[in-house]
Design a protein around this ligand. Structure first.
Ligand SMILES: NC(=O)c1ccc[n+]([C@@H]2O[C@H](COP(=O)([O-])OP(=O)(O)OC[C@H]3O[C@@H](n4cnc5c(N)ncnc54)[C@H](O)[C@@H]3O)[C@@H](O)[C@H]2O)c1
Ligand SMILES: [Zn+2]
Length: 341
């Protein structure tokens, strides 16, 4: 078992990484209300069934204000009050929704997460971003509020679909590539074991990823500068995700390779370093390339609601393990994308 403490001005989150952590629910002082992903409840009925719970439907199309409203009503029926502990149980979808509900219901109740997907454990459950989509636009409505605890229960990952598990590895690779060259080397050596969910390797990988993200969040919770580096591969990745029916980590993988190549074009990264990024992604069984229409990517980036003015702020690699944020004018981006794709 490993632990990471994430401290922000508003308080501290205790993040625990290990096996069979969900059994801790029985030891809580107060009886919680679970907000649990429907598939997780179904797969791990024996663990979670004894608790009062509200089910969160699976699928991005349910990540809406309507679902939030329905959950508020269920909380009223369950007579939840301002002191009721809410525990979000599931992947990034369930914890994003549960965190948003818990931080707005009665102006905020205490809450924690049990994270059940690899992507959730290494990324979505860490850092306090909660929210839902609006009219198909991702995470348009939300807030930043840190849970008091996050339990990354490695035993629950066994029931996760392999494609979902591998998709989470993309974010793990991202941490190594942007922030920790030694971790990248470790991943290069241990990829096979990670794919086989060997517990020692898995625990080290989740722990290191969590520690790297927590460090960034602690330094810049509101994403004014440093936290932006976590978007490496995501500007292009999100654009790909919007028009190809693939998983987030798969789109981000292609986005990371293209961003590495863009870094090379800008004289920041050597060709062999680009190759290393590509190789590690391929070794995880993730896509490094995809047939893409540069015009489609361009239009998607242009429409991105998070874009600031006429520039797109790209996270680029300045050598492996290091980043730089460069504004690229939209006018210039079009021809760059034609070169890259
Ligand atoms: N808050 C953040 O900082 C942040 C960061 C990244 C992503 N996200 C959000 O996270 C969401 C994606 O999260 P995700 O990739 O974890 O997907 P998800 O939560 O949709 O889960 C993927 C699938 O796996 C199922 N599942 C979850 N745990 C399982 C388990 N242990 N066994 C069997 N099935 C299981 C779910 O029912 C679902 O069908 C997106 O909505 C994204 O916007 C948030
Ligand atoms: Zn991501």
């Amino acid at each position: 078992m490993q632990q990471v403490k994430l401290t922000t001005p508003a308080g501290a989150t205790e993040i625990v990484i290990g096996e069979l952590l969900s059994s801790r629910l029985r030891t809580l002082e107060q009886e919680p209300i679970l907000m649990i992903d429907e598939n997780v409840l179904c797969q791990h009925h024996d663990i979670f069934e004894p608790f009062r719970s509200v089910t969160i439907p699976s699928g991005e199309s349910y990540k809406t204000l309507q679902t939030v409203e329905e959950i508020y009503r269920e909380l009223v029926t369950l007579e939840a009050d301002r002191s009721t502990l809410i525990v979000g149980v599931g992947g990034g979808l369930a914890t994003d929704v549960a965190g948003f509900v818990a931080s707005t219901f009665l102006r905020g109740t205490p809450f924690g997460f049990i994270s059940t997907t690899l992507l959730g454990q290494v990324d979505a459950s860490i850092g306090g971003k909660n929210g839902v989509n609006l009219d198909g636009y991702k995470n348009m409505v939300g807030n930043i509020r840190q849970p008091s605890f996050v339990w990354c229960d490695l035993s629950l990952l066994g029931t996760l679909a392999n494609r979902e598990y591998v998709s989470g590895i993309a974010e793990v690779i991202k941490y190594g590539v942007i922030r920790d060259i030694l971790f990248l080397e470790y991943l290069e050596e241990q990829m096979e074991s990670l794919l086989n969910q060997e517990i020692g390797v898995l625990e080290h990988v989740v722990y290191t990823s969590v520690a790297l993200k927590a460090d960034v969040v602690q330094k810049d919770e509101k994403e004014s500068d440093l936290r932006k580096i976590l978007n490496f591969g995501h500007t292009i990745g999100h654009a790909i995700e919007r028009y190809k029916r693939i998983l987030h980590g798969e789109a981000v993988s292609v986005g990371m390779v293209l961003s590495a190549r863009l870094s090379h074009l800008q004289g920041l990264l050597s060709a062999s370093e680009v190759d290393r990024v590509e190789q590690i992604i391929l070794s995880a069984g993730l896509p490094a390339h995809m047939e893409l229409d540069p015009e489609e990517i361009y239009q998607n980036i242009r429409k991105d609601k998070k874009r600031s003015g006429e520039d797109v702020h790209f996270v680029l690699l300045k050598g492996l393990g290091n980043t730089i944020i460069r504004p690229i004018a939209l006018s210039e981006l079009k021809s760059i994308l034609h070169d890259l794709c």
